[in-house]
Design a binder for this molecule. Structure first.
Ligand code: NDP
Length: 331
């Protein structure tokens, strides 16, 4: 029998394993034009939390009692589609199932010789693209400027910080443990790193780390961390709003300092973005990210959790900061 994971009820606050149910179904058989896919790696991502709530967003919510979907790397194990052959590796937005059939639409072949397969879920996949596009399109960093990135040890943040260094910025990373802040400096070459969980006065700590102020703030987390950074923005600063993980499990809207007067006084640009709106730039961005990885200029961490039955817990653990770099589940 085939295994699938469905959403059985919508999380209120932090997700729990009881929001999901493991179900068995008949093994799928590909029809004409279809491929049979064996799941190899499953990406778990903070944005899936939004799709588990029944609220209006840029993507529709998951339906109850249907499989959750995320980016997956799969092997084609049988094909009745001329574009794919058995043994091909592909990535796409697929169901949390061990095996599934697909018609090939939205599937992209990935090259296991060019990079480890899991990298196509992280540095060479959606999170790497998010870092590259958000930073370049909105952050527009220039050599010599000061870049602050929150969620700096995560999948997106760790790529942002390193691109900042490649482009000649002073980079300050914010993360949730001493192991992470040490790694940001030793492995990724960031200039400063601050553990927001042990720092009592974040505003003062950022002021000390960025004596010349902040020119670009790449925001992955929102909340009080971002309030502290925004107190230091320079004239004409740019603030790409990538995510707000600190509020994804909130049941009430939290209130921070109102930002309008900061933005007016400093002429700061603050702009949210969704990476999928920049798909025309994916080929060029992927080419550059791949080149940097191959040249050894861009490295990446992964937290690889083993086993199909661990997918829901791996997703939940994102909200506890248990991942270092991209969180993936190996099946
Ligand atoms: P990460 O790999 O960064 O994993 C999540 C990390 O968030 C955790 O490791 C943890 O690190 C941190 N975190 C968890 N809870 C909190 C909290 N309450 N306050 C502060 N930090 C917290 O995930 P991604 O790199 O995949 O995603 C990062 C952000 O980017 C998310 O907000 C996500 O939604 C967003 N995103 C946006 C996209 C877009 O198109 N706009 C596309 C992809 C991602 P720590 O130990 O440091 O706390």
């Amino acid at each position: 029998m085939n295994k699938a994971i469905i959403l059985v009820n919508r999380p209120v606050g932090k997700p729990t394993v009881d929001n999901f149910k493991f179900v068995e179904e008949e093994n799928p058989v590909p029809g004409e034009g279809q491929v049979l896919l064996k799941t190899l790696y499953v990406s778990v991502d903070p944005y899936l939390r939004g799709r588990m709530s029944d609220t209006k967003s840029y993507v529709p919510p998951f339906n109850l009692n249907e499989p959750v979907k995320s980016a997956i790397i799969a092997e084609v194990t049988a094909s009745k589609n001329p574009d794919f052959k058995s043994g091909d590796f592909v990535t796409g937005l697929l169901d949390w199932k061990e095996f599934q059939v697909a018609d090939g639409k939205g599937l992209k072949k990935v090259d296991s010789d060019a990079a480890p397969l899991s990298a196509y879920l992280g540095v060479l996949g959606m999170t790497g693209l998010t870092a590259y596009i958000g930073l370049n399109e909105i952050g527009k960093p220039k050599a010599g400027e000061t870049l602050v990135v929150s969620g700096a040890a995560g999948a997106v943040g760790s790529v942002v910080g390193q691109i900042g260094k490649i482009l000649g910025c002073k980079v300050i990373g914010l993360a949730g443990s001493d192991e992470k802040t040490d790694m940001l400096k030793s492995k990724f070459g960031l200039d400063e790193a601050i553990n927001y969980k042990t720092t009592t006065d974040m505003k003062a700590a950022i002021g000390a780390a960025a004596p010349d102020g902040v020119d670009v703030y790449f925001d992955n987390v929102g909340g009080e961390i971002s309030d502290a950074v925004l107190a230091h923005v320079n004239q004409f600063a740019r603030v790409p709003i990538c995510g707000a993980i600190s509020s994804y499990n909130d049941t009430e809207v939290s209130m921070g300092p109102r930002v309008q007067s900061i933005l007016v006084k400093t002429s700061t640009l603050m702009q949210g973005f969704i990476v999928s709106n920049y798909s025309s730039q994916f080929p060029e961005a992927t080419k550059q990210l791949t080149a940097w990885v191959q040249e050894g200029k861009l490295s990446y961490n992964e937290t690889v959790v083993n086993g199909f039955d661990q997918i829901p817990q791996a997703f939940i653990d994102l909200f506890e900061g248990k991942n270092d770099g991209k969180m993936v589940v190996k099946i």
